[in-house]
Design a protein around this ligand. Sequence first.
Ligand code: HEC
Length: 90
Amino acid sequence: MTRTDPESIAKGRELYESKCYFCHEAYSNKPGVGPGHKGILKNPLFPVSKKPATPENAAIQIRRPFRDMPAFTYLSDDQINNIIAFLYTL
Ligand code: HEC
C-alpha cells in the first residue's frame, strides 16, 4: 500500500532533499545527472529504463539501480516507502 498521509510525505521529502535532489529535478522534467522527476509515478513508464512506473520498481531503482545511479542499500523499507509517498506527489 502506498502511503498518502502528510507525515510520510513530509519525511519522504526530507530524505529526497538530502539524497536525491542532488541529481534529480523534483518539479520538472529537465534532466540533471538523472532524469527530472515531475510525474515520475503518474506517468505509465519510467523515463530511462522504460519499466512500468510502479512503487515496486521505484524501490528496486533505489536499491539496485538500472544503470549509473548509486545504490542506496542502507535505506530501510520504512524510509523507501516514505520517499515513494513523496514521489507520488510530484
Ligand atoms: C549521483 C546521482 C543520483 C542520485 C543521488 C540519485 N539518482 Fe536517481 N538516477 C540517476 C541516474 C543517472 C538515473 C538514470 C538511470 C540509471 O542510471 O539507473 C536515475 C534514474 C532514476 C529513476 C528512473 C529510473 C528509470 O528506470 O528510468 C528514478 C525513479 C530515480 N532515479 C529515483 C531516485 C531516488 C528516489 C533517489 C534518492 C534516493 C535518486 N534517484 C538519487 C542518478 C541519481
